[in-house]
Design a protein around this ligand. Structure first.
Ligand code: HEC
Length: 117
């Protein structure tokens, strides 16, 4: 009897969790991924909507320098995918899946929802 109730509890817990996951929409998922992509959020460097951001300005050997990750909201899908698969100087490597890259692209280009695959 005890064993059954433990399994029942586990089943209810898992079902509840499953329900919760399916409650988020595709765009909520994409937004979450953009802010927390198994590493430092893209928004921290590229701005809330991928508009680019000035992170720091400093002097090096008397020369004014800036760390300003670029805008990423006007690349085409092919360029975006290539950038995500390659190395970017000053950016962590994420090893994202195709689906994740697509979700991020759609987050940055909601109007492209129908066009990317
Ligand atoms: C620590 C800061 C940082 C974080 C976090 C970061 N990036 Fe970057 N990213 C950069 C920098 C700096 C460059 C420019 C590299 C260069 O100029 O060579 C860049 C370049 C890019 C490019 C290429 C832009 C172009 O014009 O070719 C894309 C696309 C991009 N990042 C997407 C993302 C996405 C999506 C995320 C989150 C998963 C992310 N980045 C997180 C700093 C960051």
């Amino acid at each position: 009897m005890r064993v059954i109730s433990v399994f029942t509890l586990l089943f209810i817990t898992l079902s509840a969790f499953g329900e919760e996951v399916s409650f988020i929409t595709e765009s909520e998922y994409a937004s979450q991924l953009y802010h927390s992509p198994r590493g430092i959020g893209c928004n921290k460097c590229h701005g809330e909507k991928g508009e680019g951001k000035l992170i720091a300005s400093y002097k090096e050997k008397g020369e004014k320098k800036e760390f300003r990750p670029p805008a990423i909201n006007s690349l085409d899908y092919t360029a975006f995918q290539e950038a995500m698969r390659g190395r970017q100087k000053g950016m962590p490597r994420y090893y994202l899946t195709q689906e994740e890259i697509k979700a991020l692209y759609i987050y940055l280009h909601p109007e492209a929802l129908e066009d990317v695959d």
